[in-house]
Design a protein around this ligand. Structure first.
Ligand code: 5RP
Length: 217
């Protein structure tokens, strides 16, 4: 089974978590794109969506799904998003698509975070995937020096400007043994908007597409 077939299978499995007539949070990325496409068939059951990126907003609207500003919404029944890495503790690295900040905000509002991945994303320890850190542009060099002090090798993702007008540093060679502590430590560096460790608000359910089918964790 190729990776896209797995992504589609796990995206379809996430439809079971949608409660009728609620507003749902929608993440960003290639796995979520399969989820958004699958929403087309059940869009009459949805009250609408809040999106975590310009790209997902455009895809949702193209299907005729109402997209609300987060500030217009009191609660979200679920948030469905992919991940770059996920551990058995349901901690994640996210931000491969540079949408980490809005993803973290929408996830914070949602009652339930349903993470959809294929089995290539499962790890025991976070950090093989370079950790994305969203940074205010003027702070880029300072933040990079601070990340080196933490043992990482930050690389500026040149040419990428986030939906919030900021830049991304991808931090290589971090072994993230205590994700909650590392999430807080990096977020405390002046100039960091947020980093791609999702440990304080991890997933509630992780759906994993494998050769044998979709597993629920
Ligand atoms: C975007 C993300 C994505 O969820 C993550 O990069 C996984 O993407 P994909 O489903 O394309 O592998 O965090 O910022």
């Amino acid at each position: 089974m190729d990776q896209n077939t797995k992504k589609q299978a796990v995206a379809l499995a996430a439809l079971d978590y949608i409660e009728a007539d609620t507003i749902i949070g929608v993440g960003t990325g290639s796995t979520v794109n399969f989820f958004i496409d699958a929403l087309a068939d059940i869009k009459h059951k949805l009250a609408g969506a809040v999106s975590s990126s310009v790209a997902s907003t455009a895809r949702l609207k193209a299907l005729g799904i109402d997209v609300f500003e987060l500030n217009e919404v009191d609660s979200l029944s679920i948030y469905v998003d992919g991940a770059d890495e996920v551990t058995p503790h349901k901690h994640m690295i996210k931000g491969g698509g540079a949408a980490l900040t809005q993803e973290k905000i929408v996830a914070a509002v949602a009652k339930k975070f349903v993470c959809i991945v294929d089995d290539t994303k499962q790890v025991d320890v976070l950090g093989d995937f370079p950790l994305p850190v969203e940074v205010i542009p003027m702070a880029r060099s300072y933040v990079a020096r601070e990340l080196v002090k933490l043992g990482g090798d930050p690389v500026w993702r040149q040419g990428v400007i986030t939906d919030n007008g900021n830049v991304i540093l991808d931090v290589h060679n971090l072994k993230i043994l205590n994700p909650r502590e590392m999430e807080s430590t990096i977020n405390n560096i002046a100039g960091v908007v947020t980093n791609g460790i999702f440990a304080h608000r991890g997933a509630d359910v992780v759906l994993v597409a494998t050769e044998q089918g979709v597993e629920t964790h």
